[in-house]
Design a protein around this ligand. Structure first.
Ligand code: MCN
Ligand code: FES
Length: 919
């Protein structure tokens, strides 16, 4: 132990530290200054940034013993408070620069350190600073953060009043369509938003800390598990194995597709007979501290018979491959598509036919917050699971039988969440927490994955291998498409069939293709399991169709944007599943883009050099808002003495569920003239909220939005008096009228897609995007830099501009990562943020333009569609198409990292130097 005195936020504090304690742990665990966030513990994310004697410092990799006595440390708590925001915090709030808020304290500290030494930076200097200090943000695409820092600098230089950074309500007080800051913004910019790891520090003293014994191989039979050595380790309370699990010990994927050859009960909570992937949980150690639990988890002895590991779909599909789940074939689901006439004859006689193979990688979600959660028994005796779940009711049903409790004995709460981007559409640690809490006699338990565990033992985007063929007639109209796609879904089947169906729904979406034949399949492998990822099936689909459309245009000799214009949906056209589109805005969207596109092409031509080649690419992207077929949501709304309380399960990844709910409710209650601050939100707890459905499939603004709208209508009807005025709270009570009402909505106009033809009406509302990327390729290194991105978006009427801008910036940034750098293939390289290719500020262009076309949607609340996934439908394809436009190199296998582009350039050179024999 070592005694140290630091001056923290101006207050002298003496602490006793152990030799290896990090500064972040001193701040968080000893002083409970939880505004400093910790995630990667490798200096890759910057969430833990503090200012130490005037220097920006990563507190998680700084040993406290090395910090000199008397050092002055500034943490987020020393910057400002919700009552008195620092200009940087006010600017972050104003620009919507805090979405999930997990990176925000580190970003604010980083900005403060920059402005202390350079009060008047350029935008590029801000980006260089954030990049150099590894301040990563996965939500915002960096642009709003740079905007905020530039404005804060102006205020700090006295060139702008801080009041200009305050939200100004429009004259009519309308919140819908405005830039009203999200209710959680103050807490996020001041670091007082309590994420799961922060709450764990406030759990009772008898809380047990958990650590996992995990598989180090990808496929094996378990011969024995010996916990005796682990049990003797210091601080250990219990070592839990599958024998302690009271239920079926399986997580069910709730399979709904009758044609699925599996039964959905394939993911063990704790492995019993087999290991299916690296990281699989075999035992849980519950101990007094996390360190003790982790040390003991290493001592659990597992004897294995190692089996062949199938790390990709082709290997698992080979004739001699054994069944990963004995009794279920590795190809366990197939989804054909058949629209219009048989395609063979049409293809044979079409004047223009193109085809190619594509691969899209296992994209990691890379939220800055790792996975974390805790569990306890509440005062009603319910097992209470608090996690990052974005599907509380869904997960409850998926894990209850495995744990061995009836659903009504389980309560689920979503913690403030530092981004998920879809990985939490699957339960990750919820069942482990539940099993551990029950096996330890109901003690509170807490579990946090380190970043490597998070990378290896939570789901990823499932790779697609696709072969696609398209034909056009002499006039340049697409007449037929043949598709064959294979989804590598890892070892667990949950939602794999649904993802495979997405291939049928979105390969070729956007165009009226009258004749389609194809088949997709889901394959079980031993790489990490497939989970939902923003766009879920659409980036996987568009990598093939939006690339091939460019080839078809080239074959015909048409400009790729004009070829698209000629073929996009118009009245009378149908989607690949035979549905009428809900909006025909693509021609208008392309019209909007055209002048910019022409200017970009000219600019690229002008500026291109043999060393730095410039190019422009376009793509279109479409996605549904909702789950397939009939989907729905329920909410409750209550009149209170002080206003209205809205009870809503609108799970918040970081997208702004609070603001989405508030904006919609305020619009619904406008006849009442209620102020937004009088609408209280009670969210994301199954004990108090009805089932709103998961926050996946960009469904919440549409589904929950409609339910909220309906709830408001029901409440207003109950309040209305004969004279047309509304009853007050006192009048309602005096008349004995109920104060609380239910709102509900369901997409009853939808139908499931047919299992043999994929024809159907799966979504009531769609989102549309047209993307343009401007890139520069360094021909010496093969490195691609995205100079600018433009997105024309039709997401219906906009609830909140800060939210939708933020969604689009963030989604586009993930598209850049998907195109150029991100992957989770090699466990040795890709198990941390840096190795997995997370984009930093300088990897994302400063020039990102969004152009809106607001077509009101018939089935959207107040005309709104969703937005969350639209910006990640196909920006990566625009980038790949731009690389091809710049260099002629066509990357059909993502990510287009420099060696691949370089190999393409070299192949071109070689081809050019080969002297062709004279015929
Ligand atoms: N919105 C709006 N006007 C519209 C449409 C939407 O203001 N016309 C707002 C909504 O109020 C909501 C947000 O935009 O706050 C997204 O709405 P919607 O598209 O309905 O999506 P959900 O609320 O269901 O959010 C989920 C969606 C998905 S599926 C993923 S994955 C995702 C995403 O949103 N993960 C995210 N956005 C994310 N953003 C952050 N910061 N972090 C994630 O993990
Ligand atoms: Fe930056 Fe979520 S707001 S990581």
């Amino acid at each position: 132990m070592l005694k140290k005195t630091f001056v923290i936020n101006g207050v002298s504090q003496t602490v006793e530290i152990e030799q290896e304690t990090s500064l972040a742990d001193v701040l968080r665990q000893k002083l409970l200054l939880t505004g400093t966030k910790v995630s990667c513990k490798e200096g890759h994310c910057g969430a833990c940034s503090v200012i130490l004697d005037g220097k920006l410092t990563l507190s998680c990799v700084t040993r406290a013993k090395r910090v000199p006595d008397g050092a002055k440390i500034t943490t987020i708590e020393g910057i400002g408070t919700p009552d008195k925001l620092h200009p940087i915090q006010a600017a972050f709030k104003f620009h919507g620069a805090a979405q999930c808020g997990f990176c925000t304290p580190g970003m604010v500290l980083s900005a403060k350190a920059l402005l202390d030494q350079n009060p008047d930076p350029t935008r590029q200097e801000v980006r260089d600073w954030l990049t150099k200090h590894h301040n990563a943000c996965r939500c915002t695409g960096y642009k709003p953060i740079v905007d905020a820092i530039m404005d804060a600098a102006k205020v700090m230089r006295g060139e702008m009043s801080q009041s200009e950074l305050e939200y100004k309500a429009p004259a009519d007080g309308r919140v819908w369509g405005s830039k009203y800051p999200r209710p959680s913004a103050d807490a996020k910019v001041t670091g007082t938003w309590q994420f799961g790891q922060d709450q764990i520090l406030h759990l009772p003293a008898n809380t047990l800390h958990l650590a996992l014994t995990q598989a180090k191989v990808a496929h094996a039979n378990i011969l024995s598990i010996d916990t005796s050595a682990a049990e003797k380790m210091p601080g250990v309370f219990k070592v839990i194995t599958h024998k302690d699990v009271k239920g079926k010990n399986r997580i069910t994927g709730l399979i709904t597709f009758a044609t699925n050859k599996g039964d959905g009960w394939d993911r063990p909570i704790l492995c019993d007979e087999k290991v299916f992937q690296i990281g699989d949980a075999i035992a849980i150690v519950a101990a007094d501290t996390e360190e003790h639990a982790r040390a003991a988890a290493e001592k659990v002895k597992v004897e294995l018979e190692v089996l062949p590991a199938y790390m990709n779909a082709p290997d698992a599909m080979a004739d001699d491959a054994i069944e990963i789940h004995p009794g279920t074939p590795n190809i366990y689901f197939e989804q054909p598509i058949a629209k219009g006439e048989d395609t063979k004859a049409i293809m044979d006689k079409a004047p223009y036919v193109v085809e190619d193979d594509y691969y899209i990688q296992r994209q990691p979600h890379l939220s800055i917050e790792t996975d974390t959660g805790f569990a306890y028994i509440d005062k009603e005796g319910r097992l209470t699971l608090c996690s990052k779940s974005i599907g509380l009711y869904l997960h409850l049903l998926m894990i209850a039988p495995g744990i061995g409790l009836p659903p009504e004995k389980i309560r689920m709460i979503q913690n403030p969440t530092g981004g998920t981007f879809g990985y939490k559409f699957s339960p990750t640690m919820e069942a482990l927490l539940g099993v551990a809490c029950l096996a330890t006699g109901g003690r509170p338990v807490a579990l946090t994955y380190d970043y490597q565990q998070f990378m290896q033992y939570t789901g990823k985007r499932s790779p697609f291998f696709t072969h696609l063929k398209m034909a056009a007639d002499a006039k340049g109209k697409i007449v037929a498409m043949e598709s064959d796609w294979t989804c590598d879904h890892g070892p667990y089947s949950e939602f794999g069939d649904l993802l495979t169906l997405r291939g049928a729904q979105f390969i070729g979406a956007g165009y009226n293709i009258p004749n389609i034949r194809g088949i997709g399949r889901t394959v079980c492998t031993n790489h990490v399991w497939g989970a939902a990822f923003r766009g879920y099936g659409s980036p996987e689909s568009f990598i093939s169709s939006e690339s091939l459309v460019d080839d078809l245009a080239a074959k015909i000799g048409m400009d790729p944007l004009e070829f698209r214009y000629q073929n996009v949906y118009r009245k009378g056209d149908t989607t690949p599943t035979g549905q009428d589109p809900d909006a025909y805005s693509l021609p208008e969207m392309i019209d909007k883009l055209r002048p910019r596109y022409k200017a970009a092409l000219e600019k690229a031509k002008r500026e291109s050099t043999p060393e730095k080649k410039k190019g422009v690419g376009v793509s279109i992207g479409i996605y549904g808002s909702g789950l397939d077929g009939v989907d729905g949501s329920e909410i409750e709304i209550e009149l209170t003495r002080t206003g209205v309380t809205l009870f809503v399960n609108w799970h918040d990844h970081g997208q702004g569920a609070d603001m989405g709910a508030l904006g919609t409710a305020h619009e619904g209650l406008r006849p009442l003239g209620i102020k937004p601050e009088k609408i209280k939100l009670v969210m994301n707890d199954t004990a108090v909220n009805l089932n709103g459905g998961p926050a996946g499939g960009s469904r919440s603004q549409v589904m929950l939005g409609n339910a909220i709208k309906n709830g408001c209508e029901v409440l207003l009807a109950a309040l209305k008096k004969k004279d047309g005025k509304f009853r007050t709270y006192d009048e309602m009570v005096a008349e004995g009228l109920p104060l609380k009402y239910k709102g509900a909505w369901s997409s009853s106009m939808c139908t499931n897609c047919d299992p043999q033809t994929a024809q159907g009406k799966p979504f009531a509302v769609y989102m549309y995007g047209v993307f343009m990327a401007e890139v520069e390729v360094d021909t010496k290194t093969g490195k691609t830099k995205v100079d600018a991105l433009t997105c024309v978006a039709d997401i219906g009427k906009i609830n909140n501009r800060l939210l939708v801008d933020g969604q689009i910036y963030g989604g586009l940034a993930q598209g850049v990562g998907l195109a150029l750098s991100e992957d989770f293939e090699d466990y040795a390289i890709h198990s941390n943020m840096l190795g997995a290719g997370i984009p930093y500020a300088n990897d994302i262009p400063d020039k990102i333009d969004i152009l809106y076309v607001e077509t009101p949607r018939e089935y959207g609340p107040f005309g709104a569609a969703g937005v969350g996934e639209m910006p990640l439908t196909s920006p990566h394809v625009a980038i790949v198409n731009a690389i091809k436009n710049a260099t002629g190199v066509h990357c059909t296998n993502l990510p287009a990292r420099p060696p691949k582009v370089l190999a393409g350039l070299k192949a071109q050179e070689k081809a050019a130097t080969v002297v062709k024999p004279i015929a």
